[in-house]
Design a protein. Sequence first.
Length: 201
Amino acid sequence: MKVTILYDNEANPGLKPGWGFSCLIENKEKLLFDTGGSGRILMDNMEKLNVEPKDIATVVISHDHWDHNGGLKTLLKVNDKPRVFHPESFSKPTGISLGIYSTGVLGRLIKEQSLVTHTEKGNVVITGCAHPGLGNILEKAKQLGKIYGVVRGFHGGFAKLDKLNGLELITPCHCTQYKQEIKERYPGEFKEIKAGSIIEI
């Protein structure tokens, strides 16, 4: 499995940063998880990373916030073929693509779904902002098997770092408040990511 970060608050040289998140997941097909806040920034970064929008077969939106779905209209103008799944699509863990599952919608105030992807090392959880609480998301994801790692936002005040114990890959970005603390506590598992970063498992 290959995950390419297309959109984030921070960016590698040559790419544009923007508040929000989007990543391309390549398994048996190409799946776009969230679309960032700006279609222009999303398209520019995709071009620079040699990602062809017309090759995307599926789009999954984690939750209904502008910084995660703002680029969707722009993407669909270029490619109107992908299946689009939004938070109302699933009420329980459900297969989306081969080896990729939605956790189902979690949370009360802000409804959000995360993805669980199968890899040879175990499952990798990819969150949007983790508004429902990262601990709750990980507990739901465990229904689908052992968790190897977690990618993405650990929203705002997430400080229960012990919830990350036992994970072998921890890659926080976007709206994570305690990134430095996570890095210091889990130096071997921590991987810094930003727009342009690639994770291969």
